[in-house]
Design a protein around this ligand. Sequence first.
Ligand code: FES
Length: 137
Amino acid sequence: MQAAGAPDAGATGEPLRVLLCESSELAERGRAFVFDVLQWRQPARAFALRFDGQVVGYLNRCVHVPTEMDWQPGEFLDADRRFILCSIHGAAYEPSTGHCVGGPCGRGRLVTLRLAEESGKVYWYPSRDTQPIDAAF
Ligand code: FES
């Protein structure tokens, strides 16, 4: 697990964002960048992953049972590098959308985080529900 950067309020009033990592750290269908967040004010983990060229972000929490999914730190994809696979009971999720496509997750969907790439860096835009660990209340 790696630490996310400090929140960046932006000089021109753009929404709060958090620097996660360099774009080059996220290889296509490679290891994810895992970071700490507060989900509804409770400690949790999230991850950023590159899939089909896009950087996607989700809470590291299976829909089936609220537990972390990676089988090794930052390793979420199945052997074919096609689906996000929960290591506990095998739920499979579409990496581009977070929708469950098989297994005990039913019709569920991973909690999506809003990420963006800019000038070779990956940023996270926190939401009301998912905040940086040092967020003030
Ligand atoms: S806990 Fe993830 S598939 Fe059951």
